[in-house]
Design a protein around this ligand. Structure first.
Ligand code: DGY
Length: 321
């Protein structure tokens, strides 16, 4: 059909998502999934009506100002939008949308997986077994930390934080949380609210980060706050790497102040510090929170829904600018 809006997709997406885009739009895909540098992206965006991007594509003020006039809507295949300068987008009059809600469950699953795997020495045990070093069950070998009944502190009790709390309740954990505002009782579900994070940290056997990255949350978990955690506490991060001061985290793991860390995100992805790779008491994942086919499809369809709404003259449901 002529005159379909032109959509530039910057990364390889799941087949069902690409099929829907190809059905509804004049779409340029990226079958090799090569990363576009800014100049390539801007050149490819020439004449496009919409872009479908990922956090791998920085939408800084400079890039947004240089976007071709043809571009009216940019859908990011992510819930996080720290790669988008929203002020610049508003000034330039470009609509951006994101993909909230659909990745809550899978990201919370990974948070629990990191928590459990770190507490029960998942990496260490598996490495020994795979290397042929397992000689049989021994009563004092590879003992971990019991999770049941322990205290979990959640920083950022939004949708993913709440989904993590729900899972942790299944392990009879006592939930504490720090959030800008207290949740209503039906969402709080008995979790203990701490308006002041400094009062929560000393009661956290486990601490799980779920806040978005912003100027206020950058390095939120720093050396001073780590010092307030109980000795041997375990830190989990499925939010964004920079919400933790990675150097302070490494120092606290090396000194034994922290008992371990389960990390899905890092300060300078995809670089992971050699110190973390070398540690046995950390469980590391390569930013896999939303990485199930079901969730990645749902994220892609959410991008499509937002682009569809715009071209149907409606308000994109997940508009962020
Ligand atoms: C998100 O959606 O923000 C995930 O972290 C993937 O980047």
């Amino acid at each position: 059909m002529p005159n379909k809006p032109k959509v530039l997709v910057t990364r390889l997406l799941p087949p069902e998502v690409e099929a829907r885009l190809q059905r509804d739009y004049d779409v340029e895909l990226n079958p090799t999934d090569q990363l576009y540098d800014t100049e390539t992206l801007l050149a490819k965006a020439e004449g496009a009506d919409a872009l479908l991007i990922l956090p791998s594509e920085s939408m800084s003020a400079e890039v947004i100002q240089r976007l071709p006039e043809s571009v009216k809507i940019v859908a990011t295949f992510s819930v996080g939008f720290e790669h988008i300068d929203r002020e610049a987008a508003k000034q330039r009059g470009v609509i951006f949308s994101n993909t909230p809600e659909v990745l809550n469950d899978c990201t919370a699953d990974i948070a629990m997986m990191l928590l459990l795997a770190t507490a029960r020495r998942g990496h260490e045990c598996e490495a020994v077994l795979r290397a042929g070093g397992w000689t049989g069950m021994a009563p004092t070998w590879m003992l971990g930390t019991k999770v049941t009944g322990r205290r979990l502190g959640i920083v950022g009790m939004g949708r993913i934080g709440q989904a993590t709390a729900k899972r942790a309740r299944g392990f009879d954990m006592e939930i504490h949380y720090h959030n800008r505002t207290r949740l209503p009782a039906d969402l709080e579900q008995g979790a203990i609210y701490h308006a002041n994070a400094n009062e929560m940290l000393p009661v956290c056997d486990f601490l799980s980060m779920h806040c978005p990255l912003s100027a206020e949350t950058k390095h939120w978990l720093n050396a001073e706050r780590i010092a307030r955690l109980p000795d041997g506490a375990i830190v989990v991060n499925t939010a964004r790497g920079p919400v933790i001061d990675e150097a302070a985290l490494i120092a606290a793991l090396q000194s034994g102040k922290l008992g371990g860390a389960g990390l899905d995100v890092f300060e300078r992805e995809p670089q992971v510090p050699a110190e973390l790779i070398a540690m046995k008491n950390v469980f590391l994942m390569p930013h896999m929170g939303s990485a199930t086919l079901e969730t990645r499809n749902a994220m892609g369809f959410r991008c499509c829904d937002n682009i569809d709404a715009y071209f149907a003259g409606q308000e994109p449901p997940n508009r962020i600018t």
